[in-house]
Ligand binder design. Structure first.
Ligand code: NAD
Length: 362
């Protein structure tokens, strides 16, 4: 079968890590009999340099007409790059916002998984880590506080700023469906996180999530207040499977969850729309400080490509083969610089890609 993938290498280490993800995908294709067809798209600083804007209409159309999008990262050295002192809509990161909006990517999925081999990098105590953790944070990405009306004005002689937090049933229902669908492919447990003891939007959130849960009788649903969830993540992270939450809570909780895995170079992410279409990218940025040196860790991007196979193409076995290959390489002691410790074998970006590709098998 053929799969059309729009590939956006972007800036900094983007082209290097995307190259390795493609290498591993190609190996999966040859082992399992699939053709992954790539169309390269410019976005970010490289698009500004070439076309004067961070994302052209044509680039967006190419992404829309593909089966999914694989993204490296965009942006330059914050504060020092030639793209820094320009209007906000002409900065590399504006390309990201435009493509998310243009593709209607309302569901952000971020796994937080602790590899046994990297447990030493986890800041939590051993007794808390226990058997490790493997969770997914499902964050609503296009509604809530970040998208509500906002203004600042003087009220009775005092400067007052207002941000509006609003959600409608449709926005809540579609993200809840995504969370339950993903739970069905995992341990079938959803914890919905809100602040229903205070916020009206959270009360509606809870009601709609409960309605959606009726269509997924195999999935266990429970609710947790966001302040408690922030605590539980560092007290007992092993209890979570899928965390479903709104935009701002998800923003904060997903950073907390990624922190406790101990390594930014390992974390994948996906943003999806109502269909199976998604944009897959590492959680980290373009790391300009190490760009062009062949030392970046390509694993987050490779794992993002695995998510693409699972969630957009329903190729679960192939996704598992990629994840197993990553685990095998870690077990054998191979590490890029960011996750290296005494006793391991230090490898470059391209060597890590080769090692993972070699270990793809049925
Ligand atoms: P960053 O994630 O790029 O880098 C933070 C630190 O982590 C750096 O020391 C970097 O070397 C290291 N690092 C990141 N990824 C790594 C990898 N795969 N292997 C080894 N080390 C890795 O964050 P930053 O420095 O705050 O941002 C740099 C640029 O990236 C900025 O322009 C920012 O706007 C952009 N950015 C883009 C995205 C995106 O494209 N989705 C996301 C975040 C930041």
């Amino acid at each position: 079968m053929n799969y059309n993938i729009a590939v956006i290498p972007g800036d900094g280490i983007g082209p290097e890590i995307i190259g390795e993800a493609r290498k591993v995908l190609d190996k999966v294709g040859s082992v399992y009999g699939h053709d992954f067809l790539y169309k390269e798209v410019l976005m970010g600083g490289i698009s500004i340099d070439t076309y004067g804007v961070p994302l052209t209409e044509e680039a967006l159309e190419t992404a829309k007409n593909s089966d999914s999008v694989l993204l490296g990262a965009v942006g330059g050295d914050v504060g020092n790059s030639k793209w820094y002192d320009v209007a906000p809509n002409l900065r590399p990161e504006a390309g990201l916002l435009s493509i998310r909006k243009g593709l209607n990517l309302f569901a952000n999925i971020r796994p937080a998984y602790l590899y046994k081999e990297l447990a030493a990098a986890c800041p939590l105590k051993e007794e808390i880590i226990g058997d490790g953790f493997d969770m997914v944070i499902m964050r609503e990405l296009t509604g809530g506080l970040y998208f509500g009306d906002r203004f600042t004005k003087e009220v009775d002689g005092v400067m007052t700023a207002v941000d509006t937090l609003s959600y409608n049933e449709t926005e809540i229902r579609r993200i809840a469906i995504k969370a339950f669908e993903i739970a069905m492919k995992r341990k079938k447990q959803v914890i919905s996180v809100d602040k229903a003891n205070v916020l009206d939007s959270s009360r509606l959130w809870r009601k709609v999530v409960e309605e959606v849960a009726k269509d997924y009788p195999e999935v266990t649903l429970s609710h947790m207040l966001v302040d408690n969830c922030a605590m539980q993540l560092v007290m007992n992270p092993g209890q979570f499977d899928v965390i479903l939450t709104e935009n701002m809570f998800g923003d904060i909780l997903s950073d907390e969850a990624s922190m406790i895995t101990g390594s930014i170079g390992m974390l994948s992410s996906a943003s999806m729309n109502e269909s199976k279409f998604g944009m897959y990218e590492p959680s980290h940025g373009s790391a300009p400080d190490i760009a062009g040196k062949n030392i970046a860790n390509p694993i987050a991007t490779i794992l993002s490509a695995a998510m693409m196979l699972r969630y957009s193409f329903d190729l679960d076995e192939e996704a598992k083969a990629m994840e197993k290959a990553v685990e095998a390489v870690l077990q054998e002691g191979y590490r890029t610089g960011d996750i290296f410790s005494e006793g391991n074998i230090r490898v470059s970006t391209t060597e890590m890609g080769d090692l993972i590709a070699e270990r793809i098998s049925k």
